[in-house]
Design a protein around this ligand. Structure first.
Ligand SMILES: *Cc1c(COP(=O)(O)O)cnc(C)c1O
Length: 325
């Protein structure tokens, strides 16, 4: 990847003159079956620009209570566009068409105007669950009937593709806007690419400049993303196998509450309340005493993520660390 970055052919991205970035954008548009794509510095910017293009102040965005834009994007939809978020209580991040239908505001003057339905593929802080095509299609049907915009946060879309065998094009088809992140499991240092119709991407470019996301020789970064698409997608299956190995290794330990059958991709969320420690204490001790890094996603919920820098030996070390604790 470093070699590919070193040899990248570059130009001025702001003038749409960086050949490597243009190649990446064409590649992502094709991957997601959309007319066009734009390279952005981060996944959060893909979400925020999508909402900014789709919404006016006072519009409402439906998403799961655990969704990234609601919890980890510094209040972006509210701060940048004045949009309201309507959180749903999904099942581990996956909500139903019925829940969407119920949340849609009736026409009138006094309520916010429902505008966007946003889903997360895979569900991040609820354990990397894949939305099935059936669940997506059912939500899309309700959205179409009510003239709503469909957005997919595809930070880990390619994990879902590898885990389910459904193609990225097929998963992306019902969505007006969607994106993939290169800096998660794909292992690139920076970047994500947002895709949609030509008109949508043109409008996204205004926001890219407005937010300071337009770059210069971005081909150095795009080359890393292209390398990741060529070399680091199929190997996501190893991350999924490692997550399964970790889940099976800790599921029977005293104090740990986890059903390993619920682990579908590269994220394992488990409950540590039976250990007598909070998730925060658990994670701090794992790092300080065993060199294993976990995050916390609740008072008693700990989150482990596997990726290309963690091999099976690392997984066994992590299992041993949890067992000792
Ligand atoms: C990481 C993540 C983002 C944000 O992506 P960045 O590239 O870190 O800005 C958005 N949504 C989900 C579900 C994520 O996991």
């Amino acid at each position: 990847m470093r070699e590919a970055m070193l040899h990248a052919e570059v130009g001025d991205e702001q003038r749409r003159g960086d050949p490597t970035t243009l190649r990446l954008e064409a590649r992502v548009a094709e991957l997601l079956g959309k007319e066009a794509a734009v390279f952005l510095p981060s996944g959060a910017m893909c979400n925020q620009i999508s909402f900014a293009v789709h919404c006016r102040a006072g519009d409402e965005i439906i998403m799961d209570r655990t969704a990234h834009p609601l919890n980890y994007e510094a209040g972006g939809p509210s701060a940048l566009v004045g949009a309201v978020i309507r959180p749903l209580d999904g099942d581990r991040g996956v909500f139903t068409a019925g829940q969407v239908e119920e949340a849609i505001r009736p026409a009138g003057y006094e309520m916010p105007k429902t505008r966007v339905v946003s889903i997360e593929q895979t569900t991040n802080i609820r354990g990397g669950v894949c939305w099935t095509m059936a669940a997506v299609s059912a939500v899309a049907e309700v959205a179409r009937r009510h003239h709503l915009v469909m957005h997919m946060d595809g930070a880990r879309l390619l994990n879902a593709v590898v885990a389910t065998g459904v193609s990225a094009t097929e998963f992306a088809a019902p969505f007006d806007s969607t994106w993939v992140d290169f800096s998660k499991g794909l292992g690139a240092p920076v970047g994500a690419a947002l895709a949609g119709s030509r008109d949508f991407i043109e409008a996204a470019w205004v926001w890219k400049h407005r937010l300071g996301g337009a770059m210069r020789q971005s081909g150095i970064l795009a080359a890393a993303a292209l390398y990741a698409l060529d070399n680091n997608v199929e190997r996501l299956a190893e991350d999924h196998a490692n997550a399964g190995r970790f889940a099976n290794g800790i599921a029977g330990l005293p104090g740990i509450n986890l059903d390993p059958a619920t682990v579908e991709t590269n994220i394992v969320v488990f409950d540590v309340s039976g250990t007598g420690r909070s998730a925060k204490e658990f994670a701090e001790r794992a790092l300080a005493e065993h060199g294993v890094q976990f995050s916390t996603v609740g008072e008693s919920l700990v989150r482990a993520v596997t990726h290309l820098d963690v091999d099976a030996n690392g997984i066994d070390q992590a299992i041993t660390a949890v067992a000792r604790m």
